[in-house]
Design a protein around this ligand. Sequence first.
Ligand SMILES: Cc1cc2nc3c(=O)[nH]c(=O)nc-3n(C[C@H](O)[C@H](O)[C@H](O)COP(=O)(O)O)c2cc1C
Length: 310
Amino acid sequence: MTIFNFLIPKAKVVYVTTNHTVRQTLERMQAHGYTAIPLLNDAGTYAGTITEGDLLWFFKENTNLDIKKAEEYLITKVMRSRNNEAVNVSANLDMLMDLSLRQNFTPVLDDRHMFIGIVTRRDILTFYQQHASISDNEETFFNPTINKIMARRSIRKYTNEEVTYEDIETIVDAGHAAPTAVNRKPVHILILQEQDKRNELYSRHRRGQLISEAGVALAVYGDTTIEESDFLLNNDCSAAIQNMLIAIEALGLGGVWIGCKDEEWRNLVSEVYEVPKKYKLYGMIAFGHPNEVKEAHQNADPNKVHLNKW
Ligand SMILES: Cc1cc2nc3c(=O)[nH]c(=O)nc-3n(C[C@H](O)[C@H](O)[C@H](O)COP(=O)(O)O)c2cc1C
């Protein structure tokens, strides 16, 4: 999820520019029923927020004013009591949430500080209401961990934005935080960051497509000399993979589990990355900045939940 997912683009936003008059502003706000709207400079940068209250005080200070005279005053003559704080479109969602707690709408700017739209508090709340999985349970509705687990989907389309090494480290730490049988810790995680090598995988095997198209990929290996049970080694690696997929979601990234049942594929990855024979590949993850949005999971199918008796 990014700020883009919530953005109401400028073309659909009711705003005024510094060339508008007090009357035009009043009429625009009245026509659309808004109590506050963004004010833009001529060049399209964000200048502040005009509220009903600002206009009320302006009329109180200028008791000689009527609606006709209000035509003579530029909106810039009105003192603004507060300007809604703007956010850069590539800022993280936490920043947007923080601002949305304090203001009804948040202006969104691009890297050149141009106003590109707004995000309203109502849209954010509506989104969470629609996507919160267990909406009849208040405790889980507002539980960010449960919501991330339910929101995680397999994301297979990525933007070109680079994934930071800091994020990769956080994800790998989450993988290693997963439980392992008898606490043997047989899991190793190989980071496939270099593009050329990932391209080589794809040039030699069709399973490499997502891995070459993603921002980064991870390969999860089990040490067969530490955990001799293939069953448990598979469990250990799978727990690490799932932890990492949730961490990827929590960081605002998107990823997908790549199964590694095919021995030819496993041998190829191990050959290209020179992995010693005692490590077996159990699964991979391709991930990056998401370029697709999917619905969150809903409540579990009750036919697949068995309470005390099948
Ligand atoms: C063991 C395992 C192997 C998977 N292998 C692949 C794969 O090779 N390619 C792929 O695109 N998705 C793969 N997936 C992802 C599933 O297709 C996906 O989880 C499933 O369709 C449900 O969608 P969701 O993750 O969005 O809930 C795999 C998932 C699991 C658990």
